[in-house]
Design a protein around this ligand. Structure first.
Ligand code: FES
Length: 493
């Protein structure tokens, strides 16, 4: 099942995570002080020790029955290490706010003096709704519409994870902020042999590593973009991205992180899961994670050593069951993760009927896992899946008459704009060109952010895309992969 479309407005993404951070404790302050006088490379280690000590102290001071007696209760996530200000923590609350504001201003002025662009911390552009409310008669936003132009990121490091997979560490060269929720993906816009291609790649790093973040790309047999990135991109290069997008995040499991998190993964499906599982272990002390990770052979296991490190760090809270097709002492289960193997694994691991499960990998594996979990009584809404479809696999015979029609776009109570689409121009491109502030994120049919309601006429979409059959039956269309095939009227929800 696809989880509800990602709605950036519903999350507090100030630190890239929907969970609010608490004020620093004495332990946080000591860790921050140590971090100030040690090289940056040691910060992750210091942060890990800080989390351990916080947990230890908490286990001594909090009622031992927590969290099992009150699964709905939450524990504040600690503030990110690099954001802790020792002075601010020592000041009274009224002065601390003022001090933080001055600190931010000075930082931004320093950036300005250095000639760097100020980080984008506040979106000053009025939302589409505000603009419409202020100017309903005009219809379209008076602000320039969002552009389909991707954001340029600098590649600061390329890490070879396996023979076939690389992680690319990216950052905005202007210093502008970037935020994401673990499990989300970005759309990479690549120019190969004179053509522009878009592909979705999941973020594999942690929000605590921001403003840098990493995507991991595994080669696909004959894959134009995955091979191009693995073969040609080097440190210092520029990569163009859109997003982040996607609702395959822990928030899909509910407002509080689950006590038991079950992850079923095949091959490069580990990428979003790797970010998600480390985030859950670091931020939610009551969460236990089980990872069932299927691969062909040991040397194709992405993040193999890093996962061993996670096991050492979190002990009994992290259980990893490697499944390999080839015989190998590393494997706990040998064979493909088909329905039979999956059923046996679930039986041995005693996956409970109320488990919250996240599944990512090749289609046959995902189908087998879903069928097995449903057979064990796990409700559909507890099975969260991320499916990426390679455009090469898309089988779509586009009608000859795409574009060149009258299109009316309705929004708000009275807003409407009429335009004529050009041949092969998507509804999104046409709307943006006309100055409308249309919602979108991935621009490749993968996230649902650009969903519109078709009121009349016909729109042809590239298939497959992320819309459910039930949504299509209700008249939903995706503006980013939809072209008019007759005069049409659509509504922006
Ligand atoms: S923008 Fe993501 S589906 Fe259209």
């Amino acid at each position: 099942m696809r989880v509800a479309p990602y709605n950036p407005d519903s999350l507090d993404m100030s630190d890239g995570n929907p969970t609010p951070s608490s004020r620093p404790t004495a332990i946080d302050l000591v860790a921050a002080a140590v971090a100030r006088v040690t090289p940056r490379a040691l910060h992750p280690r210091i942060d890990a020790v800080r989390h351990d000590v916080r947990q230890m102290v908490r286990s001594l001071t909090v009622d031992k029955t927590h969290p099992y007696s009150s699964p709905g209760s939450t524990v504040d996530a600690p503030p990110p290490l690099d954001e802790i200000s020792i002075v601010s923590a020592l000041l009274p609350a009224s002065l601390a706010e003022r001090y933080d504001a001055i600190r931010r201003d000075v930082r931004s002025m320093t950036r300005g003096v250095r000639g760097e662009k100020a980080p984008v911390t506040v979106d000053r552009k009025p939302s589409a709704d505000t603009a419409r409310a202020e100017n309903p008669s005009q219809g379209a936003s008076t602000e320039p519409a969002r552009s389909l132009q991707p954001r340029k990121m600098r590649v600061v490091e390329v890490r070879r994870e396996t023979q076939d997979a690389s992680s690319f560490v990216l950052e905005d060269p202007s210093g502008a902020a970037f935020s994401f929720a673990p499990g989300q993906f970005v759309t990479v816009v690549s120019h190969v042999k004179g053509e522009t291609h878009r592909r979705a790649y999941s973020i594999s790093s942690l929000t605590s590593e921001l403003p840098r973040f990493a995507i991991t790309v595994k080669r696909v047999d004959g894959g134009l973009v995955s091979n191009h990135l693995n073969d040609t991109v080097r440190d210092g290069d520029t990569m163009e991205i859109l997003g982040p997008s996607g609702s395959f995040t822990l928030a899909a499991a509910g407002p509080a992180a689950p006590e038991q998190l079950w992850l079923f993964v095949g091959g490069s499906g580990i990428t979003p899961i790797f970010s998600m599982l480390r985030d859950a272990l670091a931020k939610h002390p009551w969460t236990h994670v089980t990872l069932v990770y299927a691969n062909r052979a040991k040397d194709t296991v992405i993040f193999r050593e890093a996962l061993d490190e996670v096991s050492r760090e979190y002990g009994a809270r992290f259980r990893h069951l490697p499944v390999l097709e080839r015989q190998d002492p590393y494997a706990e289960v040998t064979g493909r993760l088909d329905q039979e193997t999956c059923a046996a694994v679930c039986e041995v691991l005693e996956v409970p009927a109320d488990a919250q499960c996240f599944v990512c990998g090749p289609e046959p594996m995902m189908d087998a896992v879903r069928a097995t979990l449903l057979a064990r009584g796990v409700p559909r809404e507890h099975i969260h899946e991320e499916r990426f479809t390679s455009p090469q696999k898309r089988t779509h015979d586009a009608p000859a008459s795409r574009g060149g029609h009258k299109l009316e776009i309705r929004y708000g109570r009275n807003g409407r704009k009429s335009l004529v689409t050009r041949p092969d121009q998507t509804v999104l491109e046409a709307g943006l060109e006309a100055g409308l502030d249309m919602p979108f994120s991935c621009t490749m049919g993968g996230c649902g952010a650009c969903k519109l309601k078709l009121v009349s006429g016909s729109i042809d979409m590239v298939e497959p895309n992320c819309l459910l059959e039930s949504e299509k039956a209700e008249g939903a269309v995706l503006a980013c992969v939809g072209c008019t095939t007759s005069d049409a009227v659509v509504e922006v929800p």
